[in-house]
Design a protein around this ligand. Structure first.
Ligand code: ADP
Length: 274
C-alpha cells in the first residue's frame, strides 16, 4: 500500500446511536485518490460526504476496511501526526478554525507548533498570504473580516502547513457569490500551479464544475465516478435531485440538437467563447 495516494479499501463507517441502532454512513467504499487530482465529491444531505472527509485524515476510523494515506493506515495512532500533516482540512464554518487575534498569527500558529525555524515560518506566511490574496489583511483581526475573507484566512493557515492533499467540506456554503468564485479560482491555481491535490466536497453541483473527476455519493455508496461532463450529461444523475450546473444543461441541449461541444468547455464563459 505504498505510493503517493489516498486509498479507501472496502470502507464501511457505522455510527452508533444512543438507542443502539447503528447508522451506516458509508458502505463498502473503495476509492483511490491520486496525488495531483482535483476531485469533486457531490451528494445529497446524508449521503456520507462529511464522513468521507473525516475518514481521509484519520479524524474518524472505518468500522470495517482501511484508509491509507501515502501507504500509512489511519488506524495506527503512530501514523496520525504524519497523516494530518499530509491531509489539510477546511470546513464549512471558518469561525471554528480561527483562534488567533491577528491574521498573520493565525497562519503562524500551526507552523510554530511544528517547531519550524523562524525564517521558514516567515517564508510560508508570505506565500500563504500571497496565494490567498490576503497580503493587505496581514495585521487585521480575523473575526472582523467578512465570511469570504475568514474562509481565505482559514485556507491560508491550512496551506502554510504545505499539505499534499486539501480536503474542503462544504467550504462555500457560508460565502457570498463573489467570495465563492474567488475561493474556487484559488483552488484551481493551487491544484494546477502548486500541485496541491484538491478534494472538494459539496451538495452544490455548480461548485464542482472545475473538478477533473467527480465522485457522486448516494446513501453511503459511490453512485458515479467520472469526469464532470460524463456525470452531468448522464441519465443516472437525473435520478438524483441534485440538479445539473447551468453549463451542462446548455451543453446537453446543444448536443441534443446535433452540435458537438468540445470536452474542454467547462464554463458558460468558455461555451459563449466557443
Ligand atoms: P453528508 O455530509 O453527505 O450530509 P454525513 O456523512 O454527515 O453526510 O452523514 C451520513 C449519515 O450518517 C447520516 O445519516 C447522518 O445522520 C449519519 N451521521 C453522521 N454523523 C453522525 C454521528 N456523529 N452520529 C450518528 N450518526 C451520524
Amino acid at each position: 500500500m505504498l505510493g503517493a495516494r489516498i486509498e479507501l479499501v472496502n470502507v464501511t463507517k457505522q455510527y452508533e446511536t444512543p438507542l443502539g441502532d447503528g447508522v451506516a454512513a458509508l458502505r463498502n467504499v473503495s476509492l483511490t485518490i491520486r496525488k495531483g487530482e482535483y476531485i469533486g465529491v457531490l451528494g445529497m444531505n446524508g449521503s456520507g460526504k462529511s464522513t468521507l472527509a473525516r475518514l481521509l485524515n484519520g479524524l474518524i476510523k472505518p468500522t470495517e476496511g482501511k484508509v491509507y494515506v501515502n501507504g500509512l493506515s489511519t488506524d495506527k495512532p503512530a501514523n496520525l501526526t504524519e497523516i494530518r500533516r499530509s491531509v489539510g482540512m477546511l470546513f464549512q464554518n471558518p469561525d471554528n478554525q480561527l483562534v488567533c487575534p491577528v491574521v498573520e498569527e493565525e497562519i503562524a500558529f500551526g507552523l510554530e507548533n511544528l517547531g519550524l525555524p523562524l525564517p521558514e515560518i516567515r517564508r510560508r506566511i508570505e506565500w500563504a498570504l500571497y496565494v490567498c490574496g490576503l497580503e493587505d489583511k496581514r495585521y487585521h483581526a480575523p473575526h472582523l473580516l467578512s465570511g469570504g475573507q475568514k474562509q481565505m484566512v482559514a485556507l491560508a493557515s491550512v496551506l502554510a502547513m504545505l499539505p499534499e492533499y486539501l480536503v474542503l467540506d462544504e467550504p462555500t456554503s457560508m460565502l457570498d457569490p463573489i467570495s465563492r468564485r474567488n475561493l474556487i479560482a484559488q483552488l484551481q491555481v493551487l491544484n494546477k500551479e502548486e500541485g496541491v491535490t484538491v478534494i472538494f466536497i459539496s451538495h452544490n453541483p455548480e461548485d464542482l464544475i472545475q473538478a477533473d473527476r467527480l465522485i457522486v455519493l448516494e446513501q453511503g455508496s459511490v453512485y458515479m465516478d467520472g469526469t464532470p461532463r460524463d456525470v452531468f450529461l448522464s441519465e443516472e444523475i437525473r435520478n438524483l435531485e441534485l440538479g445539473r450546473p447551468a453549463v451542462y444543461q446548455l451543453i446537453g441541449e446543444l448536443e441534443a440538437s446535433g452540435l458537438t461541444v468540445p470536452s474542454n468547455v467547462k464554463s458558460i464563459d468558455e461555451l459563449v467563447g466557443y
